[in-house]
Design a protein around this ligand. Sequence first.
Ligand code: CP
Length: 316
Amino acid sequence: MKRFLTPDDIGSFSKALEDARNAKNNPYADQALGRNKTLLLLFFNSSLRTRLSSQRAGFNLGMNVIVMDINKDGWQLETEFGVVMNGDKPEHIREAVPVMGRYCDIIGVRSFAKFENKEEDYSEKILNQFIELSGVPVISLESATRHPLQAFADLFTIEEYKTVERPKVVLTWAPHPKALPQAVPNSFVEWMKVANVDLVVTHPKGYDLAPEFMDGVKYEPDQRKAFEGADFIYAKNWASYSDYGKILSTDRSWTVDEEKMALTNNAKFMHCLPVRRNMIVTDGVIESPNSIVIDEAANRVVSAQVVLKRMLQYIA
Ligand code: CP
């Protein structure tokens, strides 16, 4: 595996899930594979889970792991072409990336949508320069449009908890005070479309995801109706795609609460975390026995380990 961004990069889901079960049951089985191999985890944005789980996955595979917060620990990078670099950015990304590639065997990079220009964000300008210029396999640790390690962990978590062959999975928008990227819901929809689930998306007017993700996906404007009979409720906020990056609603009638969860088929509650309590979800729901958010976060080690192992096999 040379890059990890979309479900196509992981191939067969049944094989990926088998690999995930093996990684979870026997996390140190492939220590020799990562010996003398170096993983760089590069962050343009904050992280708790992605940073720690990817480090842990690298350690499980016997790798050396370097973590760098580029905003604090490196030179500010210029990402535009053709600029006279007489400002506050002393290094260009087109030198920085190939240099990093000389020091490391695999690079993971987190670079969120900036919400300044839709076309620029959706062309994955930063991530694609790592893919083009690093000379090593690249993992998205959440890019402008996707968060595949989260979606893979979500898929595996649903597989672990499902009680029917084809569960009903509902992705619901929920309110938040800040403008959040669409990467998590985009990837969740992209992966669930391939998985053996009945996916329904519910959100207020103006919050449609990009057509390339929502193509062929069931949309239900009535959140309560969407919740009826659901086996999994996946809550997430995202900013508008059509009115790009804007907050159109903070309507707390969309908060996931006990009354709405009662409409479901005793659904499990999921969220990628971090989550704002009593905006996205009530204390009661997230503290309930049906909340699986901690196991979901724990499975981030598993998804990262499967991907890293395949990259190590590729470069071996
Ligand atoms: N879910 C997730 O990616 O968490 P972090 O932003 O803390 O890494």
